[in-house]
Ligand binder design. Structure first.
Ligand code: G3P
Ligand code: MG
Length: 346
């Protein structure tokens, strides 16, 4: 329809269909670099080829990350065959945009992803002094004697004197590539109250001076290998085990990502904005979550009072017994999921 402003509002005058979806990505839409054929059929169905004869809204909610939202949406859209807008996309660290003002001009350490990609993402969120463990090695190679910076790594470091740069927080954005280096530097930061190489201070019994934030609790996830891969949740287990061995206790931390309530509330706000964008109306109903990991996708959706559909194309394998969290329905794949959900609303 054309409004007086001449702007084309897609469906602005028609009623939204009586349902919407939140899709997990790994193990539902893709497996590693490969798009699942069922995903293309499911999105074609939602884009209009369905009994409502109109676009059924959906957003993507992943514990993945490591690159910027715009870049990931461009890559996903090209693979899936339908445009994915950043307004319908939430990855593990998207929620961190909310907390940027608190750290705008404070040095923070960001872990995960390739070289300085995540540092650039953090700075685009407003963390102007985001730094990496490669920056630490460039300052003092003896921090971790077992990794020599490659030319490509050195090229993306900056010269910082960390003895004079107290780190205010450590954010684990995505899966660290060098667990040993990242565990060592994170232990240095947290044991010395933010000053790498500084005297150890005990944070027992008081609010820890340096905040530690993880963005994805997944112990495992499904890529294109025949068995699930260990994820950022496994790095957290490794880090906390080393920190406990060194200090006698784990370090207090904040956890975001599926299944946390904060992430599901953030995703529901995003979905409502997307619905408003498409139909000029917010959500009157809870969405259908389609996921492959009972511990993250189904657990989080159930707690958020969404409907939850568990597919067999990812982490969950029926041969291993019933899922730890009971979904509304177990389906073969994402196409069966969307067709089943639409049938419930006809
Ligand atoms: O690193 C990605 C993995 O932990 C899970 O991704 O899309 O299944 O939430 P996803
Ligand atoms: Mg998944």
């Amino acid at each position: 329809s054309k409004s007086t402003a001449g702007l084309c509002h897609f469906h602005a005058t028609s009623k939204p269909p009586p349902l919407s979806f939140v899709f997990d990505i790994d193990g539902v839409l893709i497996r590693g670099p490969h798009v699942l054929p069922t995903a293309k059929r499911a999105l074609k169905y939602l884009e209009g080829d369905n009994p409502f004869q109109k676009k059924i809204p959906y957003i993507l909610l992943t514990n993945g990350g490591g690159i910027g939202e715009h870049e990931r949406c461009d890559k996903l859209g090209a693979k899936l065959g339908f445009p994915i807008k950043p307004t319908q996309f939430c990855q593990a660290h998207t929620i961190l945009k909310k907390f940027a003002p608190k750290y705008a001009d404070k040095p923070v350490l960001v872990l995960g992803g390739e070289r300085d990609v995540v540092k650039k993402v953090a700075r685009s969120y407003g963390y102007q002094k985001a730094l990496t463990t490669l920056d630490v090695l460039a300052w003092n190679p003896s921090v971790w004697p077992f990794h020599r910076l490659s030319e490509a790594e050195r090229a993306v470091t900056e010269s910082i004197d960390f003895s004079k740069t107290p780190i205010a927080a450590v954010f684990v954005y995505h899966d660290p590539r060098n667990w040993a280096l990242d565990v060592q530097v994170t232990c240095d930061v947290l044991q010395s109250g933010g000053v790498i190489g500084g005297p150890y201070i005990s944070s027992r019994g008081r609010t820890p001076p340096v905040e530690l934030v993880f963005c994805n609790p997944d112990l495992i996830w499904r890529s294109d290998f025949d068995r699930p891969r260990i994820g950022q949740g496994a790095f957290k287990v490794a880090f906390q085990s080393v920190y406990r061995a060194l200090t006698g206790s784990e370090y207090p931390h904040v956890q975001y990502g599926k299944p946390t309530q904060a992430t599901y509330e953030f995703a529901e706000e995003l979905l409502n904005l997307h619905l408003h964008d498409l139909y000029g109306a917010p959500n009157q109903f809870k969405p259908y979550m389609v996921g492959d990991n009972p511990e993250s996708d189904i657990a989080g959706a159930n707690a958020a009072k969404w409907s939850s559909l568990l597919v067999k194309t990812g982490v969950y394998e029926p041969a291993n017994g019933p899922p730890a969290y009971k979904p509304t329905m177990i389906v073969e794949d994402v196409e069966e999921a969307v067709r089943w959900a639409v049938e419930q609303e006809l």
